[in-house]
Write a protein that binds this ligand. Structure first.
Ligand code: HEC
Length: 163
């Protein structure tokens, strides 16, 4: 009887071992799912600080002239005045900047639009043309300004009509 139990135990163990060796085949990759072996998210390591982009056309007289042309073509002048001196929209000639005067901020004002009534042009105007507009706007009041106004424009004061 002992022998029989021992035999049964041996058979049981060897079946168990044999079953364990049968491995599932590797699952096929699921279609449409991203490859999760590629790491995503922030890359560890020291943070890289990049300087805000500079206008590649700054000081380029041809590009500045083109910027002037674009300013009229896109009717920026319709709101900001023929020479950017202000109209229903604030002056771009004065020294007051609502949203910052460095190249990157002026670019962002044009590309993304601004709070009260400045449309976003980023999807309508190629980046290169926006930089040319920036070059033109920043040439205002300097001797590099193409087609400067003959008389200094009146300061932009939004007049309130009284009854
Ligand atoms: C529909 C009228 C309108 C048009 C067209 C328009 N703007 Fe504006 N723009 C505004 C208004 C209004 C503001 C001020 C927004 C505010 O105060 O939040 C502004 C603000 C700006 C500013 C930020 C000025 C600052 O002081 O920081 C820039 C730069 C600018 N516009 C450039 C342009 C250019 C370039 C174009 C043409 C591609 C253009 N705008 C077309 C209405 C207009």
């Amino acid at each position: 009887m002992k022998k029989l139990i021992a035999l049964a135990a041996i058979i049981f163990v060897s079946i168990a071992v044999a079953c364990n060796q049968q491995q599932d085949p590797p699952a096929p990759p699921m279609a449409g799912l991203p490859d999760l072996s590629i790491p995503v998210g922030p890359v560890p390591g020291p943070q890289k600080t990049t300087a805000p982009p500079k206008d590649p056309f700054m000081g380029d007289p041809v590009a500045t002239q083109e910027g002037r042309q674009l300013f009229l073509e896109y009717n920026c002048a319709g709101c900001h005045g023929t020479h950017g001196g202000g109209g229903m929209a604030p002056s771009l000639r004065d020294q007051d900047w609502l949203y910052g005067d460095d190249d990157a901020h002026v670019f962002a004002s044009i590309a993304q639009g601004r709070g009260s009534g400045m449309p976003a042009w980023g999807t309508k105007i190629p980046e290169e043309q926006i930089w040319k507009l920036v070059a033109y706007i920043k040439s205002m009041r300097t001797k590099e300004e193409p087609d400067p106004p003959l008389t200094p424009p009146k300061p932009s004061v939004r007049t309130v009509r009284r009854k």
